[in-house]
Design a protein around this ligand. Structure first.
Ligand code: NAP
Length: 273
């Protein structure tokens, strides 16, 4: 069976990489639609040429509604407002969706979760296999090192990124907080300046760097007296995220309605049990 995929944000950094990843994924997957925002200067362009793959005959269109009936799954890496509209349309038409967009409020996250009662939906702050492995390593490190260490999350991304800290950094903080029975909303410290006073052990600090073309670096430090453990992931190409998102779209084809993440797709939850 061929799975027909649509990509929203097709002319964006991730959109172009996703088009390439689908072209490399084999016959089981077919790029069936490329969608951009209605005022995009790329409307009508050949999406294969946009992604540097050569012509593929799939033009960029200005609305998901035009093509929704010709796809089985949508992969969406855009902006929160666009993703929410796309999720609503997918839920209405029974189309599975993979969501890579980050930066949602708690209320918006609730909207996404309620759509997942109607369709198969996979959302992850990071689709790379390496980062999802790191989530498991972080859980283990937090459980072993526990309250003996200070925990800090560092992340660096390219200068165009519009949200901070990154969704991945927040997910890493959540994994660690959950493992230690802490509420991230209460213990997170976002940046420090001036007379901060001494560090409270239970806080989890976040530091953000925005510079140049960094694809995505994350380090979580567990620092005790006399030693420290650092778990680091460095992405050097967006293809690591795109391959994961395409894998998720293929995996969703065999699932019923529900809210899934990349840990489900990779089978890492079973591994941790
Ligand atoms: P980007 O280069 O700015 O791409 C976003 C694209 O979405 C742009 O082409 C934008 O068009 C388009 N867009 C905006 N509104 C739209 C709409 N209504 N319909 C269709 N397309 C629309 O950003 P990016 O670096 O690819 O990142 C996109 C998102 O993915 C961000 O939230 C980022 O944090 C996230 N991300 C997630 C992962 C992960 O693994 N989960 C990895 C990388 C990035 P205009 O530029 O014309 O507005």
């Amino acid at each position: 069976m061929t799975i027909r995929i649509g990509i929203t944000g097709a002319a964006g950094r991730m959109g172009r990489t996703l088009i390439e990843a689908i072209a490399l994924a084999g016959d089981e997957l077919q790029l069936a639609a490329a969608i951009e925002q209605p005022r995009s200067s790329f409307l009508g362009a050949d999406s294969g040429e946009l992604s540097g793959q050569g012509r593929n005959g799939v033009p960029v269109v200005g609305s998901l509604g035009e093509v929704i009936d010709s796809i089985d799954a949508l992969i969406d890496f855009t902006v929160p407002a666009a993703t929410l509209a796309n999720v609503a349309l997918c839920a209405e038409r029974g189309v599975a969706i993979v969501i890579g967009t980050t930066g949602f409020t708690a209320a918006e996250q609730g909207e996404i979760e309620s759509a997942a009662t109607r369709i198969a939906l996979c959302k992850a702050s990071n689709f790379s296999t390496g980062v999802n492995l790191c989530f498991q390593l972080l859980d283990m490190a937090a459980r072993v090192l526990g309250d003996e260490v200070d925990i800090e999350v560092y992340e660096a991304h390219h200068r165009h990124k519009i949200d901070a800290p990154s969704g991945t950094a927040l997910s890493m903080g959540e994994v660690v907080a959950n493992a230690l029975g802490r509420d991230l909303a209460k213990v997170a410290v976002y940046g420090r300046q001036g007379q901060t006073g001494a560090r409270e052990r239970e806080t989890i600090g976040f530091a953000t760097v925005r510079a140049g073309d960094i694809v995505g670096d994350h380090t979580v430090t567990f620092a005790a007296e006399g030693e420290r453990v650092e778990i680091t992931h460095k992405a050097s190409s967006r293809m690591s995220f795109a391959r994961g998102a395409v894998r998720a779209a293929r995996w969703l084809a065999g699932q019923g309605a529900g809210y899934y993440d990349m840990q489900d797709v990779l089978g890492l939850k079973k591994l941790a049990e």
